[in-house]
Design a protein around this ligand. Structure first.
Ligand code: ADP
Length: 543
């Protein structure tokens, strides 16, 4: 017997309408390339998204067509999110920091019909324009006064495109499984792979994200997503804000600028900021140098890479900011776990709390977790056993776009193999020990590069650090520590190695240390270990 509840589809346009109706006056503040501080409301945003939807129909877009964006975080990009997906097209967010060959690959693979771009990425598109013949034209997300001179064909000004369109638009009633957005993984090995979100997965994910033990979002919040809109839908923030009525502050092209971030956090009364650890490193360094305290910020959600203990400590002790770590990936929409304290284990010492906060987090309803051994048998949740992490749930990808099972990323019993290695403790807190491809294998045992990096980040002379495995005759691989020194600090390799003593197993302590002036980063601010491995491929260890 079926229940007697309405079967209304879960659609992104419902979130748009909800936000505009119930929180219509809530502000969206953006730093953009053509305006240092643009302000308007949810209502205006959705009005313009509807103008865009009308314009897209006028351009001949058909349901399911891929319409790409190549842009930083600002209000126009958000309008594209709603205008494109809400109207039944697929919003393909492209990471502008990919190599040109990867851009060409994903634009052609996605068969994008139009690309909406920021002015600053026009030269990038000019350089590849002859290799992406399916793209019919480019919409530059600016006003007439700021339109660039360009060799690109069929170029349209965004503000002019939507200006003549009506704000009256009836969102189509779609099947909730209709594709809504497309995001490619960064393709560190092989070609990038496309993850195709749908309306249903997006809405279920947004419901999960706003929960108290996850992001704890409400209409009282002011949210600064420093995580890019091109990186897994900025962790769902466009949707979870409109679902709750939180004010949004977009940093535009100023993502990595500690001073801008600090000023925005303060001036706009930001309560929640989200980003990868590298971004917060820049902010914390700026605050330290400028003698500033983040008085208004209440909490940060940090994920995308392991969060060093020293970062959690600095936020907590110097700024009174609670750090909530999260884990996820493009394939998981991205929220898989979130780290908040559970009832019953709250009576911990500050140090024990810190230890717990360095874990990725505990499972949230909607994303099942398991760790397995080499043969696929489930491993115990004892906080010690580690193995490949697998996940399952309604916002986890069931396949990659146009790969039809060829990736081998799914198990026969329907779980997604994340490519991460993890432990899970008896309370359900998961900790990533490594990515499978970053694992260091020494004498047949695994060494966690993440734990070594987290430990050394606690040394005051270390600004940033990475640990990679380097070939070793006797042990197969040994860890090499690569360090960027903090400004004005000096430290020797021996001093750094001594810092590990008593904190990690003796045989984990890196064999050598190399000092560099900077580490290579991916577009989303993560350390590019693949590049480091190439750079140090012929490294001769001393031990
Ligand atoms: P990319 O492949 O470009 O890094 P993703 O953003 O999908 O793309 O990255 C997901 C990966 O980031 C995860 O598989 C994991 O290795 C890493 N990651 C994410 N969150 C954490 C975390 N809290 N701790 C450690 N690693 C993390």
């Amino acid at each position: 017997m079926l229940g007697l509840m309405m079967n209304t589809p879960l659609l992104i346009s419902n979130i748009a309408e909800h936000g505009a109706k119930f929180h219509g006056n809530r502000e969206i503040v953006s730093v953009t390339a053509d305006n240092p501080l643009h302000r308007y409301t949810y209502r205006e945003c959705i009005g313009r998204a509807k103008q865009l939807a009308n314009a897209l129909h006028g351009m001949g877009a058909e349901q399911g067509d891929r319409i790409a964006t190549l842009a930083w975080n600002d209000h126009r990009h958000l309008e594209a999110y709603y205008g494109i997906s809400g109207a039944g097209f697929v919003c393909h967010t492209i990471n502008p920091r990919l190599f040109p060959e990867q851009l060409v690959f994903i634009i052609n693979h996605a068969e994008d019909r139009w690309i909406f771009t920021d002015v600053m990425f026009v030269p990038l598109l000019e350089a590849i324009a002859d290799k992406i013949p399916n793209v019919e034209g480019f919409v530059v997300m600016t006003d007439k006064a700021h339109m660039p001179e360009t060799k690109l064909n069929n170029i349209v000004c965004y503000e002019e495109l939507i200006a003549s369109e009506s704000q009256e638009y009836d969102w189509p009633v779609l099947d909730e499984r209709t594709a809504s957005a497309l995001c490619y993984t960064s393709g560190t090995t092989g070609d990038p792979k496309g993850v195709m979100y749908d309306h249903r997965s997006t809405i279920l994910h947004a419901y999960a994200a706003v929960a108290p033990d996850v992001m704890n979002l409400s209409s009282h919040d002011v949210v600064l997503p420093v995580v890019p809109l091109f990186h897994v839908n900025a962790w769902g923030i466009p949707y979870s804000t409109f679902m709750t009525g939180a004010k949004i502050v977009f940093p535009g092209p100023k993502m990595g600028d500690g001073e801008t971030l600090c000023n925005l956090l303060d001036a706009e009364d930001v309560t929640l900021a989200l980003g990868v650890p590298t971004v917060w490193l820049a902010l914390l360094q700026y605050c330290e140098a400028a003698g500033k305290r983040l008085d208004k910020l209440q909490r940060t959600v940090i994920g995308g890479a392991a969060v060093p203990r020293s970062m959690i400590e600095a936020f907590r002790d110097k700024h009174g900011v609670d750090v909530r770590q999260g884990w996820g990936m493009t394939e998981t929409s991205p929220l898989g776990v979130a780290n908040s304290l559970k009832a019953g284990i709250a009576d911990m010492t500050p140090d024990e709390r810190l230890d717990l906060a360095t874990k990725a987090g505990r499972g949230l309803f909607g994303c099942e977790l398991r760790i397995v051994d080499d043969k696929g048998n489930e491993l115990p949740w004892d906080g010690e056993a580690y193995g490949p992490l697998q996940v399952r749930g309604p916002w986890i990808c069931s396949d990659y776009y146009k790969l039809e099972g060829a990736s081998g990323a799914h198990t026969d019993d329907g779980w997604f193999d994340t490519g991460d290695v993890a432990t899970i403790d008896p309370e359900g807190y998961m900790a990533i020990t490594d990515r499978t491809k970053d694992v260091i294998k020494s004498g047949g045992e695994w060494i966690s590069s993440i734990e070594l990096e987290n430990t050394i980040m606690g040394h005051p002379a270390v600004a940033e650090a990475a640990v990679i495995g380097v070939a070793h005759l006797k042990w197969t691989e040994r860890p090499l520590l690569i360090v960027v020194k903090a400004e004005g600090q000096d430290v020797t390799a021996d001093e750094l190695l001594a810092f590990f003593e008593g904190k990690v197993a003796k045989w984990w302590i890196p064999t050598d240390v190399e000092f560099v002036t900077e580490l290579p980063h991916t577009a989303t601010g993560k350390i590019k270990k693949i590049e480091l491995r190439k750079q140090f491929a012929d490294y001769q260890l001393t031990g």
